[in-house]
Design a protein around this ligand. Sequence first.
Ligand code: ADP
Ligand code: MG
Length: 241
Amino acid sequence: MDRRRAFLEIYSKALNEGRNWLLEPEAKEVCRMYGLPVTRLGVATNEDELLKLSKEIGYPVVLKILSPNVLHKSDVGGVLIGLKNDEEVLNGYRQIINNVRKNKPDAIISGVVVQEMVPPSTEVIIGVTKDPQFGHAIMFGLGGIFVELFKDVSFRIIPITRKDAEEMITEIKGYTLLKGYRGRPPADINSIINALLTVSQIIEENHEISEMDLNPILVYENGIKVVDARIVVGGVEKRQI
Ligand code: ADP
Ligand code: MG
């Protein structure tokens, strides 16, 4: 199936379920179709599936809540990382479900996402927003406090060229960190450039997308990995959350 049809299928499913945004596994599937490296994952709806999936993916794993009512998973205690064996995974599964029941009692719990735990590294963010006047804009920044506190980000209107992507990376202050700093190895800038171009292409080909948030993307010396993905789509009047 071509990517456009595959996207429309995921999109319609979300709308049919009354969501104007794609769940993490759906958003990562869109990324994967376009060649962005994403974490291996599966969805468990009971403890047998959980243990089977964890074994297939390989320890350590990460568990995340899967719910049409939870957009920011860690805010409700819905993310646990570094679970090393069957026992930790079983306890983690129960804990996540309890946390969400407690912090967001009305949330429907569709299951728990099990995914590979990737090694820590520099975190970057690629985002897309839609402006009524200028259309889609793409944003780049370093993760965590760099974005939230220092607003150290760069923007371009979509579509972008390779040169735009290069400039987006070099013009942020945090570029110093990406180049390699005090023994930190340099980040794979070329992979970030390609990721920016890919996100621009995803938006060009799928205009139903109004917002996109790849946060974080982990950057290594060789390659990157999208660890969390969210896509907001048009077509529904009001946000569900
Ligand atoms: P949220 O919906 O709260 O943004 P995330 O999926 O981004 O949830 O998870 C929260 C944090 O947990 C991430 O910012 C990242 O630091 C860490 N994390 C999430 N998934 C993984 C993973 N597969 N491997 C390693 N760390 C992860
Ligand atoms: Mg996130």
